[in-house]
Structures are given as structure tokens and as C-alpha cells.
Design a protein around this ligand. Structure first.
Ligand code: ZN
Length: 113
């Protein structure tokens, strides 16, 4: 498979969540540490997250897409190959610090879905 044929991740509109504070839309991904992370729905020209769709778990439950951070150099190569990269909603959300505090006091930050 050449890089050109490599499919870019497109988030499922049904999974979009609206930020309660800044009202932008995002979707959740799971990171290497099994943590949920909100990601802006639009790919960013200076993004640093590569997202992969995943199939259901052993019990057939749908799983969140998997997101991992790439280095600047990797990001450059991926952009050249036409792969879409995303950014954490926390990067631009003016209330990110508030969410982080909440997440710490509750253990994890969960949305009911
Ligand atoms: Zn926000």
C-alpha cells in the first residue's frame, strides 16, 4: 500500500460532542494510556494526532477510535502523504484548564453517551 492510498480517519458525526464551555464540537479518542481525550472534529494543518478507527472489543461493544501523538517530523511526513492529523480540543479550548482540574478530582472525565 502506498502512502497515497492510506485512508485518512474521518470521525463519525454520531460521536460528536459539543463542548459545554466553548461550544465547539469534538469527539473522543482513547490514548495509549487508555485515557479519553477530546479531539477537535476538523483536521488541522498543524495537527499532531493520528487517529485510527477500531473494531469492536471481544464482547462486541464499539470502541473509541485510537489516537496517538506523532512527532513534528512524523507529522510532516504524514501531511506530505495527505494523511489528516488532528489536535486535542484542550489545545484551543479556553476552558481546558477547568476540565483538567475536574478530571483530576473525579478520577476520569466521562461524558454519558
Ligand atoms: Zn471547549
Amino acid at each position: 500500500m502506498t502512502a497515497r492510498q492510506m485512508p485518512s480517519f474521518v470521525p463519525d458525526r454520531g460521536s460528536f460532542v459539543r463542548c459545554k464551555r466553548c461550544h465547539e464540537q469534538f469527539f473522543f479518542v482513547e490514548t495509549v494510556k487508555n485515557k479519553r481525550m477530546p479531539v477537535d472534529v476538523a483536521p488541522a494543518s498543524d495537527g499532531n494526532l493520528i487517529i485510527h478507527k477500531r473494531g469492536p472489543d471481544e464482547e462486541g461493544n464499539p470502541r473509541l477510535p485510537f489516537g496517538s501523538v506523532v512527532s513534528g517530523l512524523q507529522a510532516e511526513g504524514m501531511r506530505e502523504a495527505g494523511i489528516r492529523l488532528y489536535v486535542s480540543h484542550f489545545r484551543d479550548c479556553p476552558y481546558a484548564e477547568e476540565f483538567r482540574k475536574k478530571a483530576r478530582s473525579r478520577g476520569t472525565w466521562r461524558r454519558n453517551r
